[in-house]
Design a protein around this ligand. Structure first.
Ligand SMILES: *[C@@H]1O[C@H](CO)[C@@H](O)[C@H](O)[C@H]1NC(C)=O
Ligand SMILES: *[C@@H]1O[C@H](CO)[C@@H](O)[C@H](O)[C@H]1NC(C)=O
Length: 359
């Protein structure tokens, strides 16, 4: 009997302890308004997590747990409405590197950092207004589906949107149509082969398109980026660029990064001269790493270029050889023509002479 009651006590203690563990609390050292929580396994629809949060908490930051729970991947598979409500509907959320596959944007959320996940879906139910001003989706290499980007077009209060390293190939036609407050847009390290500037919002002040496959930067009279100050086009496939047309499109431009493109030396010189004339910087003096070139790069007038920048490519050699062959052919032609003429002249002269001697 004694044994049974002690087993019973053990069971009760175990259940109570588990209940307590299930109610998740802010980690020691959390700030007053920012609660730091360990990530845990969360599958939507399977369980409803319970938290014990101070009433003043407005922001939640998830971090990896310090000691790994055995058998747990600590994956929050989806940041959905249920989880958001259970967290007392925070205004700011930071959930990074948690293999999250989908996020549902809640109307009151103002700041969201979901970078370095595996997001394929951004759920933005229509017919609602969204407070979201800052959205970081960098390093979500599965965010290819154009509809995920189309959904972002409903977040009309966005001021900052980070979509770098997301394998983006095309930008949906109407994606930025209603994002009239968007000031910072980063689309670096994607697979963009072309860009339509007319699609972009006029409110942009910073635009990053570096490390893509852009072969041209098509400025047109229709495209207007009147507030753009900082434009980064480094590391694309640009062979030329019209600075005058660019400045017509973006008259406020102050920093324009153009290095690491396959520009020939005279072309680059003309671009840099024009930028100098217009007081537009082409590297950021405040960022020391901006002046450090990589291993296979050369430094030229403050710009990093591929190390074959000073070398001639085989196409250049081919052009030179063709020119040389052409010249030789021309000279040969002239020489041949000359000898023929000379012979004719001689013959004519000779025959005249012989004719004269005849009688
Ligand atoms: C777009 O948002 C709708 C509404 O929330 C959702 O049903 C759909 O799955 C989302 N699509 C993508 C690809 O994110
Ligand atoms: C959303 O609003 C549009 C018009 O504003 C309406 O046609 C549509 O039926 C609404 N959809 C829902 C799901 O309420």
């Amino acid at each position: 009997m004694d044994r049974i009651s002690s087993i019973l006590i053990i069971v009760i203690v175990y259940v109570v302890a588990n209940e307590a563990a299930l109610s998740r609390r802010c980690l020691a050292g959390s700030e007053l308004f920012v609660c730091i929580l360990s990530t845990f396994d969360y599958t939507p629809g399977k369980d409803i997590p319970v938290f014990e949060l101070p009433v003043d908490v407005k922001a939640i930051r998830f971090v990896e747990p310090f000691s790994d729970v055995h058998g747990s991947d600590n994956e929050i598979q989806m940041y959905d409405r249920v989880l958001h409500l259970q967290l007392n509907s925070p205004e700011a959320i930071e959930l990074r590197s948690s293999s999250t596959r989908a996020v549902e944007i809640a109307p009151n959320l103002a700041y969201a950092d979901f970078s370095s996940n595996a997001i394929t879906e951004v759920l933005v139910p229509p017919n609602q207004s969204y407070a979201l001003r800052y959205l970081d989706l960098n390093y979500n290499y599965r965010l290819k589906h154009p509809q995920a980007l189309e959904n972002i077009s409903r977040l009309v209060n966005l001021e900052t949107l980070h979509l770098s390293s997301c394998v983006v190939e095309t930008i949906p036609q109407n994606m930025f149509e209603n994002l009239n407050r968007l000031a910072h847009l980063t689309l670096a390290s994607n697979n963009l082969k072309q860009i339509n500037l007319e699609q972009l919002p006029m409110s942009l002040t910073l635009l990053r398109l570096d490390v893509n496959g852009l072969k041209e930067f098509p400025t047109s009279e229709m495209a207007r980026l009147p507030l753009l100050e900082d434009l980064n086009l480094e590391h694309n496939e640009l062979k030329e660029l019209n600075v005058n047309a660019l400045v017509q499109t973006a008259p406020k431009l102050r920093l324009f990064s153009i290095g690491r493109n396959p520009l020939k030396q005279p072309v680059l010189n003309a671009i840099l001269d024009e930028l100098n004339r217009r007081n537009i910087a082409y590297y950021n003096m405040e960022v020391s790493s901006d002046m450090q070139c990589g291993e296979h790069e050369v430094h030229y007038r403050g710009v990093c270029m591929a190390s074959d920048f000073f070398l001639m490519k085989w196409t250049d050699w081919l052009e030179l050889i063709m020119l040389f062959v052409g010249l030789v052919a021309l000279l040969g032609g002239i020489a041949y023509g000359g000898t023929v003429l000379w012979k004719r002249y001689h013959m004519a002269n000779f025959s005249v002479k012989t004719n004269r001697n005849e009688p």
